[in-house]
Design a protein around this ligand. Structure first.
Ligand SMILES: *Cc1c(COP(=O)(O)O)cnc(C)c1O
Length: 377
């Protein structure tokens, strides 16, 4: 079945007989046992809940995984994932990570005895150099946030396979609509479902999708034991959001391309980082491994004053954290997502006082441009 259809019809709910078009919200903490030693398949909602189960089936199908596990947030999913590893294990990670993931690895996983090498994973030879006997996994984001660096997933997967490492890919930016890391050799896919999958800036959620049943078993144990699972109502909101994923992704990308063109011609904009620009270093790899470029744009303005003026003056475009929803949002990575990344490290990556990031929404593109025009003038 085509992914557009799967987004709408991916559920398999057979737990009710009412003919309801939508998956019911099973707002229950616990379930009655039919008899001693018997179960309906549902015992307690931390272990499994029928609404969450349907959402997980949909996400597993979209990402072509054996299983998907729904968490209360993206960070909860990544935190649980780290429980797969033990003291002295080493993980190679992208050096341009989502700020919260960097914070988790740096301040919590390291304290727990894991070690990390932060490298530019868009350079495959840099990754090979970091492999050592304690290495257990490679963790990448592609495109990265906010610098839009692209990593060749298939090339990294080759290194992972040769060295018996898990390849973990955070697919939040492109979603399974545009990119399927498991098809390209990944073992685990991570999502902040808060972003495009939900799409309406109204629900937090996170996912771990596994390629194999074996990995799913290990992670299910961690999921039920550590307990950050998604609530029935939020699971229902996610199912509802995912139904329109395809049209949102297409239209937001169309808006983004229009906007990129406008931005590149604006006198106060010095550079535009968008993977769909042929001049972008990751353009060819993106074309090879993804079906689209998405709708995340970073750009540099001519001065810090211009950046601050723009953020203060926008009206329709909202100055807020997060991304992927129907509303166009602008962020100041230096002060928001990357506030906890050390200054030298941040600036070496180009995340400075002139860098801004746009998550292009579904408004009429001319209205977005009129707003940015007045804010920049
Ligand atoms: C937002 C985000 C996360 C964290 O997800 P939350 O739902 O906010 O906890 C992880 N990775 C990426 C790429 C993100 O954009």
């Amino acid at each position: 079945m085509n992914i557009t259809t799967l987004c709408i019809h991916g559920a398999e709910d057979n737990t009710h007989c009412t003919g309801s078009i939508t998956v019911p919200i099973y707002q229950a903490a616990t379930f009655v046992h039919p008899g001693v030693g018997e179960s309906t398949g549902y015992d307690y909602s931390r272990l499994q809940n029928p609404t969450r189960e349907q959402l997980e089936k949909i996400v597993a199908k979209l990402e072509k995984g054996a299983d998907a596990l729904a968490f209360s947030t993206g960070m909860a999913a990544i935190g649980a994932l780290m429980e797969l590893f033990k003291i002295e294990d080493h993980i190679i990670v992208s050096d341009d990570l989502y700020g919260g993931t960097h914070r988790l690895f740096h301040y919590i996983s390291m304290k727990n005895g894991l070690s990390f090498s932060f490298v530019d994973t868009s350079d495959v030879s840099e990754v090979i150099k970091q492999v050592k006997k304690e290495t257990k996994a490679i963790y990448i984001e592609t495109p990265t946030n906010p610098m839009m660096q692209v990593t060749d997933i298939a090339a990294i997967s080759k290194i992972a396979k040769e060295n018996n490492l898990l390849l973990i890919v955070d697919n939040t930016f492109l979603t399974p609509y545009f990119q399927n890391p498991i098809d390209l050799g990944a073992d685990i896919v991570i999502h902040s479902g808060t972003k495009y999958l939900s799409g309406h800036n109204d629900t937090l959620s996170g996912f771990i999708v596994t390629k194999t049943e074996e990995l799913s078993e290990k992670l299910r144990f961690i999921h039920k034991t550590t307990g950050a699972c998604l609530s029935p109502f939020d699971s229902w909101l996610m199912i509802r959001g995912i139904k329109t994923l395809a049209v949102r992704m297409e239209k937001q990308q169309e808006n983004a391309m229009y906007l990129v063109n406008w931005l590149t011609h604006h006198p106060k904009i010095q550079s535009v980082y968008y993977v769909g620009l042929p001049s972008h270093p990751g353009y060819e790899i993106s074309k090879k491994q993804a079906r689209g470029f998405g709708s995340m744009i970073s750009f540099k303005v001519d001065s810090e004053d211009t950046a601050i003026q723009l953020l203060n003056r926008v009206k329709l475009v909202l100055y807020a954290e997060s991304l992927g929803g129907v509303e166009t949002l602008i962020t100041y990575p230096m002060l928001q997502t990357h506030a906890d990344v050390p200054k030298e490290k941040r600036e070496a990556k180009g995340i400075d006082e002139r860098l801004l990031r746009l998550s292009v929404g579904l408004e009429n593109i001319h209205d977005i441009i009129v707003d940015l025009q007045q804010a920049l003038s």
